[in-house]
Each structure stands twice: as structure tokens, then as C-alpha cells.
Design a protein around this ligand. Structure first.
Ligand SMILES: NC(=O)c1ccc[n+]([C@@H]2O[C@H](COP(=O)([O-])OP(=O)(O)OC[C@H]3O[C@@H](n4cnc5c(N)ncnc54)[C@H](O)[C@@H]3O)[C@@H](O)[C@H]2O)c1
Ligand SMILES: [Zn+2]
Length: 404
């Protein structure tokens, strides 16, 4: 019996296009994928943005039938995915183009899944329940945040049970990710802040997670994440460096295209890193909080990040010290412990600079909901498995009380 795991694997979107103006290649990509009747999944705000309106017009002049679902909303309920699927079914679409923030991309993923395999979104919740390739899917992010354009997950909200529900499957990785930073230029500061700090959380969790070699005893069939390994350290580290350099600038100066480009790349790299190495305790705590309060995923994560870093620090001091360096902290001459502490200070400063709430009570959580949040977070095994420090349920209550 192995005591150390010796193998890691890396997956991402089948094809990635990145750069200012690359969204103009959408029609070309649709043709390459043999899509003739696309379903565009988005929301009204996005479809009215000048570059997207122009793109849609060009699609309509190139393809005889283009179908549009414009009803996505943030932190989307399952019903919104069902509404997109209904349009797709009626119109016999043969591919999906998801345009927007993570909310829209995730609806696009679930729509492409159900339109191919039938049933309802609920049939595919959890890990590895999608039986095979989904409809060809092109993902075009308009926020620099979630990395959903390359990830193997989609997150919906189950309103009835007040929980977030994830679908994870290798088949959910898009056929093409078209990452055009131009599309993020119009993000209002709050969206820039919330989605941007989510990208930073993805990268920090990816690089501080348990090492892949220690992921023994996890059934490979049930392993949604690998743990951290050299390739995800490399790309996750670069994502942290870029977010440290550009997030505050993109927030303060929405027209700063260098900062927008930097954040678009940061989010993409963070998505590539976390969707292999895994996200962990920050996300485990945010999901139930988001389900109960409907706060934005990014803000919930951004609020929790320094608290979880403090809890995890004893078990990932070296990698947290490395995070400090990537964030541009002066770590020369410091012990690993002090360098790691400076990463937490840097995150607190960043949080303040971009206006992230600092108390869970400000997000609308009630004090008596803390045990329920801890219980639900503790049950998300795939996230607990990769977290560098093994928490008890009581540890989670303590973290939440400190953040309250
Ligand atoms: N699938 C994954 O891998 C993954 C990872 C992280 C988060 N998520 C999910 O993604 C969602 C959050 O996504 P998000 O942070 O990108 O925000 P979002 O998609 O919820 O969008 C927030 C708001 O910003 C607006 N917006 C987006 N881009 C804009 C632009 N360029 N100009 C003007 N307005 C714009 C949208 O219309 C929306 O109203 C959550 O549901 C979260 O659970 C998914
Ligand atoms: Zn996230």
C-alpha cells in the first residue's frame, strides 16, 4: 500500500484564446466546433454592453438561427438554469455560448449538460455524475474572477434548502475559453473587487493546499482535486503576483487597461490552478454562508480569507511565506513564520483598499446560524480533504465567530 502519492494530472479547457479583441473570433470558433444553432446564455446588462451587442449582431448575420437566454442573475438559482434549458430544447440548439461573469458561465455549463444528456440539473449535482461529453461550450468571461471558463465546476443556488450546489465533472471544462479583457473594462468597481478577490482566493487556496503526495487514501474515483503540485504552484503563484499588482488598480481606475489585462490573466491562471489543485476551507465556509445570505461569492470569500489563512498557517507556513513574496511583501531576513504572517497583513490591506466587508454580520448572517454553517461546511468532504490543516467542526465555529 502506497504511503505517498507519486502522480498528478492537469486538465483545463480544450482551447484558450486570450487577449484584447479576441472575442471577435467567436464566429470562427463556432464554425470550428461545427455549431450552427448556438444558444447564447447571458443577462440583459451584459448583452447591452457595446462590444457584446456588436458581437451578437455579427453572430446573427453569420448564423441563420441564434437563440438567446438573457435571464441569468448573480448566484443563480437552479430555476434559471432550467429556464435556459427550456429555450435550448425548444430551439434544438447544437452548442452553447456562455457570456458573462461566473454566474452566467455556470448556467451555460449546466444547460450544455442537460441539453446533451437529458434529465434535470439535479441529476448531475456532486462529483462525476455527468456520463460523457456535453454540448460544445464556448465560455467568454466578462469578469476577472471565477475562472469558470476553464474549470470543471458549476455552482447553483438551491433556494428551497438555502444551499449552494456544485456540479463537478471533467466534461464541464469548456471546449473553448475566449478571454478578452476588453469585456471586463465595463465592470463596476464592486464587481471588479468581488470577482477579483475570488480569483486571489482561488490562487492562494491552490498553492497552500495539501501537497498531492499526501493525498493518499482518497478514492481516485471520488477525488475532485489533486492537492497542490509543481505546475499549479507555478501558475497559481503567477496569479497571486498579478492580483497583488493589479487588483487595487483595476478597482480604482476602471479604465486602466494594463490592470484589466493583468487581472484577466490572473483570474484565468487562478482558474487553471484551483480547478486541478482544489479550493478548500475558504470556499467550504462561503458556500453555506452564500446559501443563507445570498452575499456575492467573491465578497464572502474575500471576507473569510484572512481568517482561514490564520487558521491554516501552522500547517502551511512555507507556502504561505511564498504567498507573501508573490504579493510583493518584503520578506528578506524574516523567519518563515513572520513572512507567512505578512501575507495575512497584505490580504487585510488589500481587503480594505477594495472595500470588502470585514464582518459576517454585515453580510446578513445571524449569530445563531453559525453552528449550521459549520456543520454544512464540514460536510463538504472534497474541500476538507485538500485543506492544509484538518479542522474539527468546533474549529469552524471558532473561525466563524472570529469573523462575525
Ligand atoms: N464554476 C466555477 O468554477 C466557479 C468558481 C468561482 C465562482 N463561481 C460562481 O460564479 C458566480 C460569481 O461570478 P462573478 O463573480 O463573475 O459575478 P456574476 O457573474 O455573479 O456577476 C455579477 C454582476 O456583474 C455584472 N457584470 C458582469 N460582468 C460585467 C461587465 N463586464 N460589465 C458590467 N457588469 C458586469 C453581471 O451582470 C452581474 O449583475 C457565483 O455564483 C459563484 O458561485 C463559479
Ligand atoms: Zn471561488
Amino acid at each position: 500500500m502506497l504511503t505517498k502519492n507519486t502522480v498528478w494530472q492537469f486538465s483545463t479547457a480544450a482551447n484558450i484564446r486570450f487577449g484584447r479583441g479576441c472575442s471577435e473570433m467567436l464566429s470562427e470558433e463556432l464554425k470550428r466546433l461545427n455549431i450552427t444553432q448556438p444558444l447564447v446564455v447571458s443577462d440583459k446588462t451584459i448583452l447591452n454592453l457595446p462590444p457584446i451587442a456588436k458581437l451578437l449582431q455579427s453572430l446573427r448575420s453569420t448564423f441563420a438561427s441564434v437563440h438567446v437566454f438573457d435571464g441569468c442573475i448573480p448566484e443563480p438559482p437552479i430555476e434559471k438554469a432550467e429556464a435556459a434549458i427550456a429555450i435550448g430544447k425548444r430551439s434544438l440548439v447544437d452548442g452553447v455560448v456562455a457570456i458573462g461573469g461566473g454566474s452566467n458561465l455556470d448556467i451555460g455549463k449546466i444547460a450544455a449538460t442537460v441539453l446533451k444528456h437529458g434529465g434535470t440539473p439535479r441529476d448531475y449535482f456532486g462529483f462525476d455524475a455527468v456520463p460523457g461529453p456535453i454540448l460544445p461550450l464556448i465560455a467568454m468571461p466578462t469578469t476577472a474572477g471565477t475562472g469558470s471558463e476553464v474549470s470543471h465546476s458549476a455552482v447553483l443556488t438551491d433556494i428551497a434548502s438555502e444551499t449552494k450546489v456544485s456540479t463537478l465533472s471533467r466534461w464541464l471544462r469548456p471546449s473553448v475559453a475566449i478571454v478578452d479583457p476588453v469585456l471586463t473594462d465595463s465592470c463596476p468597481p464592486m464587481v471588479t473587487a468581488h470577482s477579483g478577490i475570488d480569483a486571489l482566493v482561488h490562487a492562494i487556496e491552490a498553492v497552500t493546499n495539501r501537497n498531492f503526495s499526501e493525498m493518499v487514501g482518497v478514492d481516485p474515483q471520488a477525488k475532485a482535486y489533486e492537492g497542490s503540485y509543481p505546475l499549479t504552484q507555478l501558475i497559481g503563484g503567477e496569479a497571486i503576483r498579478l492580483a497583488g499588482r493589479f487588483l487595487v488598480r483595476a478597482f480604482r481606475l476602471p479604465g486602466d487597461t494594463e490592470a484589466r489585462d493583468g487581472m484577466a490573466l490572473a483570474a484565468l491562471l487562478a482558474g487553471m490552478a484551483f480547478s486541478n489543485s482544489g479550493v478548500a476551507l475558504v470556499h467550504a465556509l462561503e458556500y453555506p454562508i452564500g446559501g443563507l445570505t445570498h452575499c456575492s461569492h467573491g465578497e464572502g470569500n474575500g471576507l473569510l480569507l484572512p481568517h482561514v489563512m490564520r487558521f491554516n498557517l501552522p500547517e502551511c507556513t512555507e507556502s504561505m511565506a511564498q504567498v507573501a513574496e508573490w504579493l510583493g511583501c518584503k520578506t528578506g531576513g524574516l523567519s518563515s513564520r513572520d513572512a507567512a504572517e505578512s501575507a495575512i497583513v497584505a490580504v487585510l490591506e488589500l481587503q480594505k483598499a477594495i472595500g470588502i466587508q470585514t464582518r459576517l454580520s454585515e453580510l446578513g448572517l445571524k449569530k445563531d446560524q453559525i453552528p449550521l454553517v459549520a456543520e454544512r461546511a464540514f460536510q463538504i468532504k472534497r474541500l476538507m480533504d485538500v485543506n492544509p490543516r484538518r479542522p474539527t467542526e468546533l474549529d469552524l465555529v471558532e473561525i466563524l465567530e472570529k469573523a462575525f
